[in-house]
Unconditional design. Structure first.
Ligand code: SF4
Length: 235
């Protein structure tokens, strides 16, 4: 049977190259994948960081959970979740011989092996940045000033007596994170493609995990209710 004349009524036992797994989002990276950076197959501009405290969607377990530690994933392409290394026309991975460990273990008809490494031996920013690099201090400072713990605390306070102050604190965090990025990019001559690896995705995007959205009018930020966005941080 060729890869493309699969009978959907038969139980699947092999990959039919439907591309579904690659279109659901790039893999989370593990220690084993560090060698791909050493070989130049992967670059930091190919990946982004999901920080501690961020809510992610696990598409195998079909559940949301909060990250207890950061993870690094391969970016999507064309503003979609499809892994940037997936070639639609050829229904193929463009780095197949060097694909990350999650891609090598994933069998959509039997996810046991993939589940076995779930959130274990995670590749993190500290593994890819020289400890003497001055950027490490800036990452630590950004984490302290703009942590998800701080954001969540203020979001929880929205329902309390001092909701006005909670809104102010949330907007302060959002704006700090928003303006910090171009500032350090310029000052330290950081490549634009490395920003989401270094500092994670911006709060103005991930605030949606709390059912909130930011509207920007000129320099002014407004916080407005939003429908929680499902499956936007797939793992
Ligand atoms: S690295 Fe290759 S196999 Fe893995 S999700 Fe991306 S395109 Fe698919």
């Amino acid at each position: 049977m060729s890869a493309f004349n699969y009978n959907p009524d038969e139980p699947r036992t092999h990959c039919i190259r439907c591309g579904t797994c690659c279109m659901k989002g790039g893999p989370t990276l593990h220690w084993e994948d560090a060698v791909l950076f050493k070989k130049g197959i992967l670059k930091t501009s190919h990946v982004y960081t999901l920080r501690k405290g961020e809510m992610v969607y696990h598409n195998i377990r079909d559940t949301f959970f909060i990250l207890q530690e950061e993870i690094i994933k391969i970016k999507g392409k064309d503003n979609k979740w499809t892994c940037m290394f997936y070639n639609h026309d050829q229904r193929a991975c463009t780095i197949y011989q060097h694909r990350p460990i999650e891609c090598r273990l994933l069998k959509c008809w039997d996810t046991q092996e993939l589940e076995g490494i779930f959130l274990k031996k995670l590749l993190q920013r500290k593994h890819l940045i020289n400890p003497d690099d001055p950027i490490m201090e800036i990452l630590t400072a950004h984490e302290q000033r703009c942590s998800y713990a701080l954001l969540e605390k203020s979001v929880k306070a929205l329902g309390g007596r001092d909701s006005e102050n909670a809104v102010k604190k949330i907007l302060d965090l959002l704006q700090y994170d928003y303006y910090f990025r171009p500032f350090v990019t310029e000052k330290l001559k950081i490549a634009q493609g490395d920003i989401d690896f270094l500092f994670g995705r911006p709060f103005v995007t991930t605030i949606s995990m709390f059912g909130l959205r930011v509207e920007q009018r000129g320099d002014i930020f407004w916080l407005v209710p939003d429908k929680p966005k499902k499956a936007k941080n797939e793992n």
